[in-house]
Design a protein around this ligand. Structure first.
Ligand code: ATP
Ligand code: MG
Length: 591
């Protein structure tokens, strides 16, 4: 075939292929246009999963008769005017591509009235290039019918009406979560599916509760941090409320929903210490920055962005989220303050009581954890044997985790707190304490190592022995001294001093398992952290160990000083609290 110029119609259809994959993508473009026009309220009507009808009506600034034909012309936009404008895009749209693309694959009609006009105009590009007068309140209605009718290739790829509707609902959720100040209503085949009133800033949490479930708000921490011209606000799901899939993760950059690798990695990293593989945190975050610091013009759907100072942004996100999570426990129930009542039939996990905007609290006293090396011993005898060093929390009338009352079946410690009852899983709690100590040492001057008087011989597979040979620097960094002494033989000569009492062979086998899994492109720092967490489990008190009351009390005080204490190294809760109201409810008191 000789080279020939493509017809404008075909060019638009090809361009549409990039932007419009399914009905939800059409809706996304229309909603973005409505928001860019300053709409306060948006009505969305869908029929047959969007295949026959997608209609969006807004009360934004509208378009004049002269605007309308331009709106459906390729590369015509009111949002940028010069190359420079691309460097600081503050609107959701900027390409001038969406409406012409939609017009090339569906029947489009736009009716609009600019605020200053006495009536509106209607344009149906497939019928006429000139708008006709039409009644309309100030604002715009865009109607899209018979999507992909003329593009059978695309139509074939569409799923059932139900699936397309699911995508549409998810989209509306995402958009509405990002803009609580705008009202949204959604109908499908005439049935009302969503009705979200516009909310003031103080009431934004209501929409979050409505769309993410009230469980999310209850089991999350509020974050609001600012540094280096960046602001991060929103809700961080507690590690103990993690999920089996990443389905509740929402990030907005200057009001634009994004799915950005860098942002997701920073969050994954921040959570990695309190959450284990295969678990996903829930979060809803708004990131705000000068639009000049980010390029949104890198991807057709604009979901991915490019930050001009990506390292700084990664560090900011990582640090703020990590800090918020670590302080979660400290800011939970302040000493002596009553905790909000949880639900009687579902006691909330440790930290569940910290929902809402908890008052800022001093960072946990991590300094108190670093043991003088000479004194480093098996950590549990150290932690659990009286007398305890007086921690800051212990000087108050009732410490945050209360006073120990009893131990139950060698597994749980029962304590009386200012607001009711606290139950601690002592093994889980201790796991976290040991891990945080190891980490502290690792960051300060390296994990203190203790040579074994009797080196332990361990038989392994040749592959495992290779692995140990290849991982020497990593193993050394986490306090393990182990060499290969034969094709299938290892010798363990030293372990972290904190784990001197642990079963060396079991420790080494777990480390090997961890090394095997983690081989890949994981950052060294993270692999070390994983290893420390794995090892931390070996230093902790085993279930069925009887603790004296003073030892129980020490465990509670140690917990109060430990960062991230609300969950063990695997993300399970370490303590739960039952307030007096919860207890009263259990006994039907006051009814
Ligand atoms: N709901 C609306 N209310 C007011 N003006 C609108 C509306 N929808 C579209 N317009 C006008 O039509 C123009 C073209 O819209 P279109 O979506 O095609 O491009 P864009 O939003 O500028 O860029 P993008 O292709 O990135 O979405 C917009 O720049 C805007 O001026
Ligand atoms: Mg647009």
């Amino acid at each position: 075939m000789p080279i020939q110029r493509l017809a404008a119609e075909l060019v638009n259809q090809i361009a549409a292929g990039e932007i419009i994959e399914r009905p939800a993508s059409v809706l996304k473009e229309l909603l973005e246009n409505a928001l860019d026009a300053g709409a306060q309220s948006v009505q969305i009507d869908i029929e047959a999963g969007g295949l026959t009808l997608i209609r969006v009506r807004d009360d934004g600034r509208g378009m004049t008769a002269a605007d309308l034909p331009l709106a459906v012309e390729s590369h015509a936009t009111s949002k940028i005017g010069a190359l420079d404008d691309l460097e600081h895009i503050a609107t959701l749209g900027f390409r001038g591509e969406a409406l012409p693309s939609i017009a090339s694959v569906a029947a489009l009609q736009i009716t609009s009235r600019a605020a200053a006009e006495s009536h509106g105009y209607c344009l149906t590009p497939s019928e006429s290039a000139t708008p006709a007068p039409a009644p309309h309140p100030p604002g715009t209605t865009v109607t899209v019918r018979d999507l992909f009718h003329a593009v059978p290739a695309r139509r074939k790829f569409l799923r059932t009406e139900r699936t397309e509707l699911r995508h549409i609902q998810e989209l509306v959720r995402r958009v509405a979560l990002g803009r609580p100040e705008v009202g949204f209503a959604l109908t499908h085949n005439g049935r009302r599916l969503l009705d979200l009133p516009a909310l003031g800033p103080a009431a934004a949490e209501r929409r979050v509760g409505e769309l993410m479930g009230s469980g999310f708000v209850d089991a999350s921490l509020r974050v609001d941090a600012e540094a280096a011209g960046l602001r991060l606000q929103g809700w961080l799901g507690l590690p103990t409320a993690s999920r089996g899939q990443p389905d509740l993760q929402y990030v907005y950059l200057n009001g634009r929903m994004i799915r950005d690798r860098l942002v997701m990695q920073a969050l994954r990293r921040a959570y990695s210490d309190v959450l284990f593989k295969d678990r996903y945190p829930a979060y809803l975050l708004h990131l705000q920055m000068d639009p000049a610091r980010v390029d949104v013009n890198v991807h057709p759907t604009k979901h991915e962005v490019r930050f001009r100072d990506s390292r700084l942004i990664f560090d900011f996100l990582h640090r703020q989220v990590e800090r918020a999570l670590a302080q979660g426990g400290a800011s939970a129930a302040m000493v002596g303050s009553p905790e909000p009542a949880g639900s009687a039939d579902e006691p909330r996990p440790g930290g569940g009581s910290m929902s809402g905007a908890a008052p800022a609290a001093p960072a946990p006293q991590t300094g108190a954890l670093a043991l003088p090396l000479a004194e480093a011993r098996a950590v549990y005898s150290d932690t659990l044997t009286p007398p305890a060093p007086e921690g800051p929390a212990a000087t108050e009338s009732v410490p945050r985790l209360g006073h120990a009352v009893a131990q139950i079946h060698g597994v749980y410690v029962l304590a009386e707190s200012a607001s009711g009852l606290i139950l601690v899983d002592m093994h889980a709690a201790h796991e976290r304490i040991v891990y945080e100590r190891l980490k502290r040492q690792y960051l300060d001057d390296g994990v203190a190592r203790q040579p074994l008087l009797m080196p332990v011989a361990v038989s392994v597979t040749p592959a495992e022995a290779d692995l140990v040979e290849d991982s020497q620097p990593l193993l050394e960094a986490v306090g393990l001294e182990v060499d290969r002494v034969g094709p299938e033989q290892l010798r363990l000569r030293g372990v972290p001093a904190l784990l001197a009492q642990a079963d060396g062979e079991a420790l080494l086998r777990d480390v090997l398992a961890d090394l095997r899994v983690d081989r890949g492109a994981v950052a060294v720092e993270q692999r070390q952290q994983h290893l420390l967490a794995t090892m931390g489990c070996h230093g902790s008190v085993r279930a069925n160990r009887r603790l004296a009351l003073a030892e129980q009390e020490n465990l509670l005080r140690e917990m109060e000083r430990t960062p991230n204490i609300d969950q063990c190294n695997h993300g399970r809760p370490t303590w739960v609290s039952l307030g007096m109201a919860d207890l009263d409810r259990l006994f039907l008191r006051g009814r």
